[in-house]
Write a protein that binds this ligand. Structure first.
Ligand SMILES: NC(=O)c1ccc[n+]([C@@H]2O[C@H](COP(=O)([O-])OP(=O)(O)OC[C@H]3O[C@@H](n4cnc5c(N)ncnc54)[C@H](OP(=O)(O)O)[C@@H]3O)[C@@H](O)[C@H]2O)c1
Length: 217
């Protein structure tokens, strides 16, 4: 069976992605900042391996790359992110815009060893600059910066043999999305997995929604 790596799987969409891939029989590498207290992640049955990473920590990025050195990661999904209401702008950017690229590059060897070689960075529709005259806010700015950074590296990632996209997961009922959101984590994760299953060279380098639509950016 193929292997998935889900970065930021302690709760919300990331936890559900880990659960669904494991339920389908995939080998799953799932990360949390608190492996000593894995919570619901520790209760997933199947071929699940829990790793520690605070995504902004360069040493932990390298350690995760080393931990997966013998692995082949078919699908890498960088899901970790913050809304960051009470955080400094620089911290929100570090987590949402810089870390996803750094973590993906730290795991690039493991992705390249795999058959599928697919990468997704979870972004947000509020990071789409096109059509937005207003300020995007701290969170939207950080996701727009992530999209910009992705556009800057996707050519190199393609040349390295990978297929990579950014994905808007929908408005999802999680700690971040709140209870009024329109989608369950099950629906969002199912959609993201479908986008990844259908990812081919013609779809690489673009911005997709959980339900398979291309998003303007
Ligand atoms: N929910 C929505 O409606 C929505 C809409 C658009 C985009 N998104 C994006 O979708 C992704 C997942 O969102 P969600 O709703 O599932 O959020 P969530 O329930 O708040 O979960 C966020 C996840 O990211 C992890 N994380 C945050 N900062 C981290 C860091 N510095 N290092 C490592 N892990 C970190 C959290 O770990 P801890 O448990 O350790 O905090 C948690 O596992 C995010 O990128 C978010 O921006 C969500």
């Amino acid at each position: 069976m193929p292997t998935a790596a889900i970065i930021g799987a302690s709760r919300g969409i990331g936890l559900e992605l880990a659960r669904q891939y494991a339920a389908d029989g995939w080998r799953v590498h799932a990360t949390t900042r608190t492996p000593q207290r894995p919570g619901a992640l520790g209760e997933i049955s199947g071929d699940v391996h829990i790793h520690e990473i605070e995504v902004t920590d360069r040493a932990q990025q390298r350690a995760l790359g080393a931990a997966l050195a013998g692995e082949a990661v078919d699908v890498l999904i960088h899901n970790a992110g913050v809304y960051g209401t009470w955080m400094r702008t620089a911290t929100v950017n570090r987590i949402n815009a810089e870390a996803p690229i750094e973590v993906a590059e730290a795991l690039m060897d493991a992705v390249q060893r795999s058959e599928q070689k697919k990468i997704a960075l979870i972004s947000s529709q509020v990071g789409a600059r096109r059509g937005s005259a207003r300020s995007l806010g701290k969170y939207g700015d950080s996701k727009a910066a992530l999209n910009d950074r992705f556009r800057a590296v996707e050519g190199d990632w393609r040349a390295a043999g990978c297929l990579a996209v950014v994905i808007h997961p929908g408005w999802v009922r999680t700690d971040m999305g709140g209870s009024s959101a329109t989608l369950s984590v099950e629906e969002s994760a199912r959609g993201i997995r479908r986008v990844m299953a259908e990812l081919d060279a013609s779809r690489h380098g673009r911005f997709w929604t959980w339900n398979g639509r291309e998003h303007p950016w």
